[in-house]
Design a protein around this ligand. Sequence first.
Ligand code: GTP
Ligand code: MG
Ligand code: NA
Length: 354
Amino acid sequence: PKEGEENLRSPICCIMGHVDTGKTKLLDCIRGTNVQEGEAGGITQQIGATYFPAENIRERTRELKADAILKVPGLLVIDTPGHESFTNLRSRGSSLCDLAILVVDIMHGLEPQTIESLNLLRMRDTEFIVALNKVDRLYGWKTCKNAPIVKAMKQQTKDVKNEFERRLTEIITEFKMQGLNTELYYKNKEMGETYSIVPTSAISGEGIPDLLLLLVNWAQKTMVEKLTYVDDVQCTVLEVKVIEGHGTTIDVVLVNGVLHEGDQIVVCGLQAIMLFLFLLFQGPIVTTIRALLTPHPMKELRVKGTYVHHKEIKAAQGIKITAQGLEHAIAGTALHVIGPDDDIEAIKDQAMED
Ligand code: GTP
Ligand code: MG
Ligand code: NA
């Protein structure tokens, strides 16, 4: 960056909420993909990651006259499962992110995992925006494909507007009962104290421009320090999986720093030992990055597809790493890079402390 310009990395945004509120479908709508329909039972069971380059965000928010105000290279969105049995994955997702989208189904209001997600975010002081999703299900809703929400609302009949207001008021009250002030984002004059609500539809795209713009603006405006790029590698293992043609791979989120092909890395692992008993214990895995892969921009990391090979990748990004010996790597732990002057033993110890 030129002198005086901020060197910002992409904000990492986690999408959370109760099962089937439309988290994955919202991302599908932005990506132009069909990930949700490919999920077993329509249920997300892993953490996902998708990179949205600034150009795509600019394009998608054009109608809101948001040209040229994007200072971040893009947005990295982490998809999480809403099913009650995946609290650990929601916790992992929320621990990685700079900010979050909390998705609420307008027809259902606050549900158990909405409240659980809310509490995870509050525990970490993570700012979030509420997406009040499925507005297209309001009886008589007139579709305004991908329109900003104010424009879409103007097209609705009095009855639809009334039903919307009634449900919105109820949900604001439910949030209040959780100790949280919320307000429609375009009426919210005190962002930070009052959480913003963006009505959306993941099916017809109303409110998506608003959601994207609000996220990026909010991040750029309030998180400059947090988002200022630093060289120290900060990287977390999301998933460990076998991919045909690549062997065991790890999906990671690189929060800061750069990874290179050939870097020597240490991750926390489980080791098996045959003694008189069969024992499993945690031990560091030291290995070398064989390949650094990402899905194409706007594609989901957790979905098998074609990968882009990189010599090096700068944060923030969701990455698939192939290397020897990753079979027993433990998801949720940190990945460390061994630099030329580093003491391997010290880094091994550090890796096992996570
Ligand atoms: P989990 O990841 O399993 O927690 O669910 P999710 O929150 O990702 O929801 P998902 O995207 O799987 O959507 C659940 C169902 O709601 C699917 O059948 C979607 O087609 C439907 N759906 C999602 N968003 C909308 C929406 O805005 N409008 C309507 N009408 N249906 C929606
Ligand atoms: Mg999902
Ligand atoms: Na689902």
